[in-house]
Write a protein that binds this ligand. Structure first.
Ligand code: NAP
Length: 214
């Protein structure tokens, strides 16, 4: 599959690694074109897929666009890419944590970052929540303690969720259908909880959240 990742930071690297390992072609865009080019070069060697960098003002060619940026910068990105997101599967991965207090989320009550992205996105965009409970380093490694990583996927469009599930599977991850987009509210709280547990676990953002099934 062909996927655009907006954001060449930690998660751009983590998700990009899994996608290229899964023989997908990834296009990286960042505010800093050099950072995008460096990440694309690094990812291009990790598996059977490919990675290239692209400028932010070009048309978006790919069906899936992953917003690997912070909330609320994700809302600015949706404004910036505007109509170019129409018809795309737009993946929100954010944990909208209050970075000043680190004591909660900054999203409006009864909403989520993913739902706020959906409100700003063109009506033809299909927004999916995914990858917010997987830390960047664990995505690069592709496992924690020998276990594959769960990727919880929420969205209102079943075929969009299937596509994101397939992408996760291609990179050796284990997708879990978490229901409609409004489940992003719980996933974002789960992501926040997972972050807040790092001190007591002593895992330096190296742990994973996994549902164990019989
Ligand atoms: N890090 C993790 O382990 C982790 C785990 C789960 C979820 N997440 C979520 O993943 C998201 C990204 O986290 P991260 O750690 O990867 O952040 P990061 O390392 O700061 O990377 C974000 C990158 O995106 C760029 N960017 C922001 N807006 C852009 C735009 N409109 N166009 C092009 N590039 C843009 C930033 O550039 P500037 O610096 O110039 O703005 C930066 O290079 C956050 O929402 C976070 O909550 C992170």
């Amino acid at each position: 599959m062909e996927v655009t990742i907006i954001g060449a930071g930690n998660m751009g690297r983590g998700i990009g690694t899994r996608l290229v390992a899964g023989a997908n072609t990834v296009t990286i865009i960042d505010h800093d074109p050099d950072q995008a080019a460096q990440l694309a070069e690094e990812l291009d060697g990790v598996g059977d897929g490919h990675a290239v960098a692209a400028a932010a003002d070009q048309p978006l060619q790919d069906e899936v666009v992953i917003l690997a940026v912070w909330y609320p910068a994700s809302l600015d990105a949706v404004e910036e890419f505007a109509d170019r997101l129409d018809g795309k599967i737009v993946v929100d991965i954010s944990n909208p944590v209050d970075t000043e207090t680190f004591d909660g989320l900054v999203t409006p009550a009864n909403s989520s970052a993913a739902e706020e992205v959906e409100k700003k996105a063109p009506s033809g965009a299909r927004v999916v929540k995914a990858f917010n409970t997987t830390f960047a380093g664990t995505l690069v490694a592709g496992q924690v303690g020998g276990e594959s990583l769960n990727v919880f996927i929420a969205g209102d469009d079943e075929s969009a969720k299937d596509t994101v599930s397939e992408l996760a599977r291609s990179g050796g991850l284990t997708p879990v259908d978490a229901g409609p987009l409004k489940r992003a509210r719980q996933l974002e709280q789960l992501g926040f909880l997972h972050m807040s547990l790092q001190e007591s676990l002593g895992t330096s953002y190296g742990s994973g959240v996994k549902v164990v099934t019989p």
